[in-house]
Design a protein around this ligand. Structure first.
Ligand code: BES
Ligand code: MN
Ligand code: MN
Length: 455
């Protein structure tokens, strides 16, 4: 292993230059005008995978963006890793809040700033470089490796479940490895053993066939903006509990053991409030901040639109109002049953004075594994060797829809080892990846393959 690690240390600067080229491609899956860039990014990944020595590299078309596949199967008898990551990124708006252009990666204060630096290109690239180091130095990997990179994760992975079902035969593996999550804190490496699920909706209300003069019609015709506010306000009680009937029926309560373990994590509420400019933390009563984000479901308003929002004042009764809402789910809630209960409740409480349209959007199931799983333990040893500190075991509030599909369709467990940071600004302006974490992540990945081979 020494030669592999030496190689990684010597090549630090080259890695950054190459990563910059990857980050320069605006592969925004949500915006149709970037479809060409998304495709170009898939090609870039395929070329890079060939360069580092992966075999059978190809783009597999789906009804949406292509999946990039490649493998290296030269270790008969050794375990097989299925590595999953995504090459698509989130939109960059509001652009004016970026301190450097989102697709011109810039290093400032030991951080690499660019859209996709942490989520997820930088973390995918870390594995490319670990593989390259093994293959150039030893001519082989200690494990068999299959890679799939998706171009639609940020828009809900709508075509990936089918891809996995259709390619079941080729995707057999012992473990899935994913690096698409943050570490617990700076200097505190972690392994994530649970993710929340998601179900997302758009709500459209119409109160009249045109905007109306609020003097002539106000008081006699329902205002859809106001009705929407009333509907949304009813979704949670003052204690933060969601009021959709049956919403909590399948929720697995937190185990005492987990609560105790999380209470020992170096979480600092003061710093949390300061870092994100939060006047006072909020949430369901009876739970801590970590418990609220990792183990409890939520109902959130992601966007609201109605009426006059320009400068000055306009007396108008808007014809329509729209909200984007989503619910994060925890084991054993499922998007389908929660969607059904939400829609039924919405129709129940919406007044007859407005026309209601509910559109279900993307989602995914929650996921959890036990942390005494041997692969999770192998990843723990690898991270300790890469970062010089044993990891803490965490769950996360975000979602990666495909993780539960790997479990259900392929019967393969996942290991989530990410090197982002809680203040990485994923999905926000000034997304960044810590350069030292990137480097430590390459070394840990190189060790991870070896640790997995050992068992
Ligand atoms: N990398 C994130 C998932 C994530 C975020 C894991 C935070 C752990 C902590 C991923 O790219 C993402 O943003 N997922 C979406 C999924 C959605 C579009 C279905 C999410 O969580 O909103
Ligand atoms: Mn991601
Ligand atoms: Mn993301």
């Amino acid at each position: 292993m020494d030669n592999v690690i030496d190689f990684i240390n010597v090549n630090r600067e080259r890695y950054l230059a190459e990563l910059k080229a990857f980050l320069a491609i605006p592969s925004i899956s949500a915006l149709p005008q970037h479809a060409g860039d998304v495709r170009r990014c898939a090609d870039w990944c395929a070329d890079e995978m060939r360069r580092i020595g992966m075999q059978n590299v190809k783009l597999v078309d789906t009804p949406g963006n292509p999946v990039v596949y490649g493998d290296w199967l030269g270790a008969p008898g050794a375990p097989t890793i299925l590595f999953y990551g995504h090459y698509d990124v989130q939109p960059v708006d509001p652009l004016e809040l970026w301190q450097s252009p989102p697709f011109e990666a810039t290093i400032r204060d030991g951080e690499i700033y660019a859209r996709g630096s942490a989520d997820d290109k930088g973390q995918v690239f870390m594995h490319f470089k670990a593989i390259e180091a093994h293959l150039t130095q030893n001519g082989k990997l200690p494990v068999n490796m299959k890679i799939i990179l998706e171009g639609e994760e940020e828009v809900g992975s709508v075509n990936l479940d089918n891809f996995i079902r259709e390619h079941k035969g080729e995707l057999g593996a012992d473990v899935v490895v994913i690096s698409d999550s943050p570490m617990f804190a700076r200097g505190v490496p972690s392994i994530c053993y649970g993710l929340r699920g998601l179900v997302y909706f758009q709500i459209d209300l119409r109160g009249s066939n045109t905007d109306l003069h609020s003097g002539s019609f106000g008081g006699a015709v329902a205002n859809p903006a106001f009705v929407l506010a009333q509907i949304l306000a009813q979704m949670k009680d003052r204690g933060g509990r969601i009021r959709i009937p049956g919403f909590y029926d399948e929720v697995v309560e937190l185990q005492e053991e987990e609560r105790k373990a999380w209470a020992t994590l170096p979480y600092n509420e003061k710093a949390y409030k300061k870092d994100f400019g939060i006047p006072k933390v909020f949430g369901e009563s009876g739970f801590t901040t970590l418990e609220r984000t990792w183990a409890r479901p939520t109902f959130e308003v992601n966007g609201l639109l109605s009426g006059f929002t320009g400068e000055g004042a306009k007396t108008v009764l808007p014809a329509v109002a729209m909200a984007k809402v989503s619910m994060r789910l925890v084991p054993n809630q499922t998007p389908d049953t929660i969607a059904e209960r939400f829609e039924a409740h919405l129709r129940d409480i919406a007044p007859k004075t407005v026309e209601l349209k509910v559109t279900r959007m993307h989602g995914g199931k929650p996921w959890m594994t036990s942390y005494d799983n041997p692969f999770v333990q192998a990843a723990g040893r690898a991270i300790e060797r890469g970062f010089g500190r044993a990891p803490v075991f965490t769950r996360e509030g975000g979602s990666i829809p495909v993780v539960s599909t790997f479990q259900e369709e392929l019967g393969v467990p996942s290991v989530l080892f990410g090197v982002g940071l809680p203040d990485e600004n994923a999905h926000a302006p000034n997304e960044k990846l810590d350069v030292a974490n990137f480097h430590g992540g390459i070394i840990s990945s190189a060790f991870l393959y070896e640790e997995i081979a050992k068992r």
